[in-house]
Write a protein that binds this ligand. Structure first.
Ligand SMILES: Nc1ncnc2c1ncn2[C@@H]1O[C@H](COP(=O)(O)OP(=O)(O)OP(=O)(O)O)[C@@H](O)[C@H]1O
Ligand SMILES: [Mg+2]
Length: 371
């Protein structure tokens, strides 16, 4: 394998790709796979992963797709945008057709399909026109059950959207009918805070919610050690420790920092403090553009006003002190405090205290004030 190919294998700072190795999520993966073995309708079979941008939601769903496939499921992935229901059906047909190759060979002019199908997982013309998502899914579940397979729907970028309404209602009905089906969804922290689409909201709220937080620094250190050793890049234990600290446990930051370290050690083949510093600066710049800006852009002017005031206070925000500073603006603070917590931007670890949930964001706001 060529050097560049090898490098891109270890560090690929792009969104939506499947990393070479999923770092620090063994617990979440194991619980989910374990949950798939629980009886139909169990809460674990309907899981919602919530996490901020760059926290690895898509990466995790991609991994679960593989793991579920090894555990008796036909796993299909789609994003919760327009056409979601049709896409799920198409994906099942595409991926599942591999299990019906033999059946297809046996067709000798007569219609060898099961009820509702012309062959394999292809619906007959009549079924295609007559039935909706739930009925089609029910037929697909039965057909795949003949091959000992369940269906896992993996839905990314989930929110309380109309597209999710049909999926949520159908999932519950299919479970009621005893079909071997499971669902894993991933979304931003505020995916479950809406007031509009209440049926979807109830469904999401009842799901087994798993928060994707920061990775442990020890798991990042171990990955850096493994990757840099494989790439022939020298390092000291101390520099690896510092590198892991610079990521603050953010998966995307880990990919970025690793990527820039590789770039900046092309001639020296070893990481020193200067290289780490330069790589750290380049990584933060990408974080600003690809994580901080998308987090901040949907915020209202009032959200921004409060967030900026919080950032000015430092990493730990004392609510009484903030109220004092805000003076007559303070009465509406509770509402914005809630909104910023729901959006996964700040957390309230203790009464009267707030902290930024996204590392480096406060620093960024102080550097580039919003107002
Ligand atoms: N556990 C992990 N181990 C290694 N790399 C990871 C991990 N999680 C995510 N990554 C990497 O971090 C980057 C961002 O991950 P991903 O695209 O999954 O984020 P996301 O949470 O889906 O973000 P968004 O909300 O913007 O869609 C990708 O390059 C991905 O490969
Ligand atoms: Mg994503």
């Amino acid at each position: 394998m060529k050097g560049t190919e090898k490098q891109t294998l270890f560090f690929q700072p792009t969104f939506g790709n499947k990393p070479e190795c999923i770092v620090g999520r063994d617990g979440e993966i194991a619980s989910f796979v374990h949950g798939l073995k629980e009886p139909i309708g169990s809460r674990e079979r309907c899981t919602l992963f919530l996490g901020q941008r760059g926290m690895g939601k898509t990466a995790l769903l991609l991994e679960l797709e593989d793991r579920a496939s090894q555990n008796g499921f036909l796993a299909v992935r789609a994003t919760a945008h327009e056409g979601l229901a049709e896409e799920i059906i198409e994906q099942i047909q595409l991926k599942g057709s591999a299990f019906f190759k033999e059946d297809r060979k046996r067709i000798t002019g007569v219609n060898a399909g099961a009820f509702g199908f012309s062959f394999g997982l292809t619906f007959s013309e009549e079924t295609r026109k007559q039935f909706g998502f739930r009925a089609k899914m029910s037929m697909l579940c039965d057909r795949l059950a003949e091959k000992g397979k369940g269906i896992l729907m993996l839905i990314d970028e989930v929110r309380t959207s109309p597209e999710m309404r049909e999926i949520a209602a159908s999932y519950q009905e299919l479970v009621g009918d005893g079909k071997n089906i499971a669902i894993a969804m991933a979304g931003l922290p505020h995916a479950v805070s809406g007031i509009l689409n209440d049926k979807v909201l109830t469904f999401l709220n009842r799901a087994n919610k798993v928060r994707l937080g920061l990775l442990s620094l020890s798991s990042i250190e171990a990955y850096f050690e493994h990757a840099f050793t494989s790439l022939g890049i020298g390092f000291s234990d101390e520099i690896i420790k510092q590198a892991a600290e610079r990521t603050s446990g953010i998966p995307y930051m880990m990919q970025l920092l690793g990527y820039y370290i590789v770039q900046f050690t092309r001639t020296s083949h070893a990481i020193d403090e200067d290289t780490l510093c330069k790589a750290g600066e380049a990584a933060i710049e990408d974080m600003e553009n690809n994580v901080f800006l998308p987090i901040l852009s949907p915020l209202s002017d009032s959200d921004r006003f409060y967030l900026q005031a919080m950032a000015e206070q430092g990493e730990i925000i004392s609510v009484p002190k903030l109220m004092e500073k805000l003076g007559n603006k303070a009465p509406s603070f509770q509402q914005y405090r809630r909104r910023l917590i729901d959006a996964g931007i700040v957390e309230s670890p203790r009464r009267g205290e707030l902290v930024f949930a996204v590392p480096h964001l406060a620093e960024y706001l102080r550097k580039e004030p919003l107002l």
